[in-house]
Design a protein around this ligand. Structure first.
Ligand code: NAD
Length: 430
């Protein structure tokens, strides 16, 4: 089947590539001409495990190409995906101007029946607006259908998630579009849940908010553990072994960040408010999340006393392991708090360094994790990269100026690390 994906970022590029991998013919469109040139030159603008090889393979096979012309994409495709940003506005609501613009642009170049699929994360009822917009600007009155097909991939394992999804959600009122979507996803062998448009849109916000809630729940428990002398890791094990609960997303730490959870949660709170429901539960989830970071900073401050003129070695900049994405990263927020108070921040991230430096040029990037320890007054683990767990911590201990180690992701074994002479602080583990 022929597809166009409008927006070639973390979602559009990986989705388009995986569709090509199962045999579809995919045109990835982006209005960032420099990005399109980079892709055409065989360079990949993001880090995502396994993606580069798949792109090269499918470009070579002629199933994947890149363009900045929406007309070229739409004229060659039966199914047109919208995968553009839906950033937050100051009041928490979603900026839908990117989606609206793409809807108008698609309408302007429609010459034949198309299925227009919204993959961006959008508030419930956006599909209806997309349908109205395309109808209004579609001068020739060409037939089309609108589908909501929310994306659940996780950055860092996006290729694996796309190739083997838990489920595919297809929201549409059109049996014709539903059938096309079934055929499109058939090669993935995943369960396909067909719903109405509004339910599909709600599923995405409901799922992300629930995952954020799970994280904040264990983080709230980490506070009780600290106050009572219990160990949050063990509590999580005991809870998570119950299949009704599950162990995933029960890792205590400095909270969630990234380009999705914080914005999706604020959006869902705002959407609910607009629909007449005060979603206080989610407001508390967000509050607990912010509090985790603040409590961690307080721990560091209590030990270091002042940040000014201190050299803080920061392990991790990306919002989580296995990605170079530093958008709304808690690690970045920590760096900025330390820098604002006059500390020197020497940071290392296996993939996110360059992107972090573009946002925060006062960072000093270390060439390796070991270099972060050089004469550091404190080491702070802020991102759960596996390679940080596997570091030679005895060698790290020899390089630091003071023995303070703050583990914001409960990545290290307290007993082993203390045996090396570190004064070790983590979350919810006395
Ligand atoms: P991104 O910023 O990485 O990519 C968006 C791309 O769209 C950019 O390359 C941008 O240049 C392009 N774009 C913007 N306007 C355009 C236009 N008018 N025409 C063509 N291209 C245009 O964003 P992302 O992380 O891929 O997220 C996209 C959507 O998917 C968002 O709604 C997001 O919430 C959702 N989502 C993201 C993830 C994730 O993990 N990143 C997961 C699920 C859903």
């Amino acid at each position: 089947m022929k597809l166009a994906i409008i927006g070639s970022g973390y979602v559009g590029l990986t989705t388009g590539t995986c569709f090509a991998e199962v045999g579809h013919e995919v045109t990835c469109v982006d209005n960032d001409a420099a990005k399109v040139e980079t892709l055409r030159a065989g360079k990949i603008p993001i880090y995502e495990p396994g993606l580069e090889e798949l792109i090269k393979k499918n470009v070579a096979a002629g199933r994947l190409k890149f363009t900045s012309s929406i007309e070229e994409g739409v004229s060659n495709a039966l199914v047109v995906f919208i995968a553009v940003p839906t950033p937050p506005q100051p009041d928490g609501s979603v900026d839908l101007s990117f989606v609206e613009r793409v809807a108008r642009e698609i309408a302007g170049v429609l010459t034949d029946y198309r299925v227009v699929v919204d993959k961006s994360t959008v508030p419930v009822k956006t599909g209806e607006k997309v349908r109205q917009t395309i109808s209004r600007y579609n001068a020739g009155g060409v037939a089309f259908d609108v589908v909501s097909n929310p994306e659940f991939l996780r950055e860092g394992s996006a290729v694996a998630d796309l190739m083997k999804p838990d489920r595919v959600v297809v929201g549409t009122e059109s049996p014709r579009a539903a059938q096309i979507m079934r055929e499109l996803y058939e090669p993935f062998g995943a369960p396909i849940l067909v719903t109405d448009l509004n339910s599909a849109e709600l599923i995405k916000h409901a799922a992300n908010s629930f995952l954020a809630l799970k994280i904040s729940y264990i983080n709230a428990l980490s506070r009780i553990c600290e106050a009572s002398g219990a160990n949050v890791d063990m509590v999580a094990e005991g809870m998570g072994a119950d299949h009704r609960i599950g162990r995933a997303f029960l890792n205590a730490g400095i909270g969630y960040g990234g380009s999705c959870f914080p914005k999706d949660l604020s959006a869902f709170i705002k959407i609910s408010e607009d629909l007449g429901y005060d979603f206080n539960l989610l407001k508390e989830v967000s509050e607990i999340n912010r509090g985790q970071r603040d409590r961690f900073v307080k721990k560091i401050r209590d030990a270091l006393w002042v940040f000014r003129e201190k050299r803080i070695g920061l392990l991790g900049l990306a919002f989580k392991g296995n990605t170079d994405d530093v958008r709304n990263s808690v690690a970045m927020e920590l760096a900025q708090i330390f820098l604002a108070e006059g500390a020197e921040v020497v940071a290392y991230d296996p993939q996110g360094g360059e992107k972090a430096l573009q946002i925060e040029p006062r960072l000093k990037l270390a060439a390796s994790a070991e270099e972060v320890a050089d004469k550091a007054d404190a080491i702070v683990v802020a991102t759960e990269w596996k390679e940080f767990r596997d570091l030679d911590w005895a060698a790290m201990r020899r390089k630091v100026l003071s023995n303070l180690l703050f583990d914001g992701r409960n990545l290290l074994d307290p007993q082993k690390i203390r045996a090396l002479g570190f004064e070790y602080h983590s979350i919810g583990r006395s």
